[in-house]
Ligand binder design. Structure first.
Ligand SMILES: Cc1cc2nc3c(=O)[nH]c(=O)nc-3n(C[C@H](O)[C@H](O)[C@H](O)COP(=O)(O)O)c2cc1C
Length: 198
């Protein structure tokens, strides 16, 4: 008798299983609708969050602010490499211009909540919120990708986003309109990473 496929299917599962990052070169230049960005942030609010610390902080960067972010990236590079070549400086300036909308996702952690809610758990909650943004973006037909590079952890950039101590800038979510979704990728078999613990 033919084996019956008992796997459940629904739109949420399909969206999760087919999720793909979109490289910014595939963005078509159109700006995401602001109400859609707000929906993405609303989705972030339902990330699991031990102790309801709400450690996440989101910074929307659009329009001319992208040039300012590029200047900041260039300053960060010059802080690390005072004699960086002009081409490298220009590359940093141009980075944020690759997407019409960027959301910088930061974790402002509260170490006093440890040991019940260790800092690592607050970072994890913020990471989950960031992933909700990415999934929500794709579900609405946008392309999105998390990018960090050296900038997310650079002291010049951290300071500009008001981070100190154990705070983290988890990623810049680049979001743009796309003509069509990127094709599904080959993904590993979950069984390779799974065991039944006894
Ligand atoms: C925290 C974080 C930071 C990342 N930073 C970069 C980055 O700086 N450059 C990059 O090419 N990919 C970066 N990635 C990976 C991309 O977001 C993306 O996951 C990767 O291109 C694989 O595509 P996929 O998500 O469709 O599997 C980062 C991912 C995470 C979670």
């Amino acid at each position: 008798m033919a084996e019956v496929d008992t796997r459940k299917t629904n739109a949420v599962l399909d969206g999760l299983i087919s999720r793909n990052s979109t490289p910014p070169r595939l963005f078509d230049g159109d700006e995401p609708v602001r109400a859609d960005i707000e929906q993405m942030l609303a989705a972030a609010m339902s990330a699991p969050d031990h102790g309801l610390v709400r450690p996440w902080r989101f910074h929307i960067i659009e329009g001319d602010a992208r040039h300012k972010l590029g200047e900041l990236f260039a300053d960060a590079l010059l802080g690390r490499e005072p004699f960086a070549p002009t081409a490298a400086i220009e590359k940093e300036k141009a980075r944020p211009l690759r997407a019409p909308t960027i959301i910088a996702v930061c974790a402002k952690v509260d170490p006093s909540r440890a040991p019940k809610v260790p800092v690592v758990e607050q970072i994890v909650a913020t990471a989950a919120a960031m992933e909700h943004i990415v999934i929500a973006a794709q579900s609405m037909g946008y392309g999105a990708i998390v990018l960090t590079g050296r900038n997310a952890h650079d002291p010049v950039v951290r300071k500009a986003f008001g981070l100190d101590g154990q705070d983290e800038l988890l990623g810049f979510v680049y979001i743009g309109c796309i003509k069509e979704p990127t094709p599904p990728k080959e993904r590993p078999n979950a069984a390779e990473f799974t065991s039944v613990w006894v």
